[in-house]
Structure formats: structure tokens, C-alpha cells
Design a protein around this ligand. Sequence first.
Ligand code: UDP
Ligand code: GLC
Ligand code: MN
Length: 389
Amino acid sequence: MPRCSHPTHAPRPFPTLCHLHHHRVTDQAFVTLAADDVYCQGALVLGQSLRNHKTSRKLAVLVTPEVSSGMRSVLSSVFDEVIEVDVLDSADSVHLALMQRPELGVTFTKLHCWTLTHYSKCVFMDADTLVLCNVDELFDREEFSAAPDSGWPDCFNSGVFVFRPSLRTYNLLLRFAAEHGSFDGGDQGLLNSFFSNWATADIGKHLPFLYNLSSSSVYTYVPAFNHFGRDAKVVHFLGATKPWNYKYNLQTRRVMQDGTTSGSFHQLSFLALWWNIYSASILPLLEKHQKMEDSESEECKHAFNGVEVTLKKISPCVPSSLPMPELPEQTNEVNPTACSPEELAFKAWLYFSNLCMKSNQEILMSISLSLTDLQNNRYLNLCFRKPQK
Ligand code: UDP
Ligand code: GLC
Ligand code: MN
């Protein structure tokens, strides 16, 4: 596994510098984007990797309305800020098809990062990147700094870049997008045309490739990787197959290999690193959150013989108001308006226990059933205790 060189190994002549290093910088942030719950997994691993390497900067994640509230609350346990933005989509299927990545139109949403004007300077990082060491020195760079793209090195790759939030720049970018579009249909084509002197004007704005090492280029130039790779600082899992698309064996702690990873030991070791962070730090967060959601009262509506049945989970300590009816093996369908509330509730209970068995969920200790008879506008609220085994 390549490792960053650790400056901490060098003698420190001025111990006070240590303190300066740990100083929190609240007006600068690392920013990423998650346009859906799937990419949130990447954002979480990236955020955790920045935390693990003790960044002194804030962590912000842009989310679209599509990101679920559950995911947002998990994100907020890793990020300082979870910011909802509208989806900006290039809708440029023609250019996206040239890259064979029809899904990348939404990457225009990245442009919202320029609206974060409560920060003076930021580093944007794709949700499919991972830091291997502290990279806070990136904030010493100016807008617009980025590393060369491995596919076309006179272009920068827009997976990692330094920028200054500004509504003026944001509006200029939107106008530019409306007038010229993007040559790749995504943000990278647009940004390269907008910051068009990047290739020639100022070498200080060329980040070393080590800050955006695309894992796929590792095996296109193996000798260079062998020579420089140990100093890699940021890995970028660029391309259609993302770390979360692989299978991982939690016991052996190995990424299952398939055709696309064969022959690339380094790519596999970066993948394993991603999965280590995911399984050690992110999965427990997701599971903890799932448990909390399950225990919260949760309603499930279902039409039951024309009657809307609201099944509501309640905590086990709620006393039951009716004894559990004796259950025969099977019942006939009855017209709900013709049957008694008890019969109706009984049918609903049967339905619910079937549902529980089908979805292989743990059957709750007690079940609260709210039955709404839509035709007669009757409302029943019945409580049953699960039969003791
Ligand atoms: N993205 C997203 N959902 C998508 C596609 C993209 O959230 O369906 C965001 C995410 O931050 C991602 C970035 O846009 O890292 C750029 O897309 P991607 O990394 O897939 O492009 P690549 O680097 O592979 O060209
Ligand atoms: C690139 C970049 C990515 C960008 C995409 C679309 O390959 O890695 O960050 O969103 O192209 O332009
Ligand atoms: Mn990417």
C-alpha cells in the first residue's frame, strides 16, 4: 500500500508550530457532492478519511432533494454541514454518450459549490475520492487549481480543485453553460472551457498528480507508479465502476475480484482501503441509524378489502386494549363493511403477521392497528399483543 510521506517524522525545531497546525480554520472547507443515496456512501468514506487524517478545515456536503432524510442525518454525523441544492443537469445526452457516462449530466450540480460564500476558500472533492493523508496544504493554492486529467493532460480533472466561493463566478459559470454548454456534457468540460488558461498561465495552479491519482491510470504507467506512487495523497476512483459496486467479504476483509480489477494489485489495495473505512466507520453509522428509524413509530398503510388499514408500530410497553383473538388456520374473505370491528381487526392482524413473515422482519411485541373504514367514515384504533410462543 502506497503511503504518504509523513512530515511528522522530521524533527520539529519549533514546537509551537504544532499548535498552529491543529488550529481550526472555520472559514475554509472541503466540499463534496452527493446527488443520490448511492453516492452518499462515497461522500461518507471521503469525509471519514479527511477526519481520520485530522483536517483542520470544515467539511461540507451538497445534497440534492433526492437524498433521503435518513442519509442526510448520517451525513451530518461526519460532515459539519449538509446543504441542499437544486439539481443542475446539462441534459446533454449527445456529449455524455461520447464518454459512455449518461449519468454525468447531474455533475453540473457541482457548480453550486461557488455559492458557499460563508467560506473564503474551499477544496472540492468528488464523492469517489479518498484522502491517504492530511492534505490541508491544498488551501495554500489559489483558484483555480487542479491536477491534470490522465486522459487528456492539457485538461484538468475536476474531481479535486481549489476555488473561491463567489456568486459572481457562479452566475458567470451558469451563463457560460447556457451559452456554450460543455464539451463532455459534464462539469469537467465546462470548467476547462471556463478556466481555459489553466494549461498555460500559472504552473502554481497545477496540482501534483498525487492529489488526484486516478486509480485506473495506475496500471497504464506502472513504472511511474512504482517510483512515485508511495507519495500518493488522494485516490480518485474515476470511471463507471465505483468502490461501492464491488463485493467485499467482511470476514476476510477482501474485495472480491472480477474481470475489471484483475492484474491491478494497486487498484485492489486502494479498493481495500476504501472498504476498510466503509466497514469500520460507515457501516456502523448506517446500522445505528437504521435501528433508530425502526424503533421510531412508523406507519404503513394498506388497502384491506376496501378498507384502508394503517399499521403503526408502537413500543412494546404500550398496554394492549383487547386480548389477542384465537387464530384459525385460514379465513374467508369478508366484506369489511359487513363485518364487525373485531373481525376486521382480526383480518388486519392476520395480514400484518403475514407481512412480517414475508418480509422476514422481527414480529413486534405489540402491534397497534388503526383501521379506517373509508366507506362509513368509522375510525377504529385497536391494540393487540402478539401471542406468546
Ligand atoms: N455524482 C453524484 N451522482 C451521480 C453522478 C455523479 O452524486 O449519479 C457526483 C459525485 O460527487 C461524483 C461526481 O458527481 O463523484 C462526479 O461523478 P463521477 O465521480 O461519477 O465521475 P468520474 O469521476 O467517474 O468521471
Ligand atoms: C470527469 C471527472 C468528474 C466529472 C466528470 C464529468 O471524469 O472525474 O469529476 O464530474 O468527468 O465532467
Ligand atoms: Mn469522480
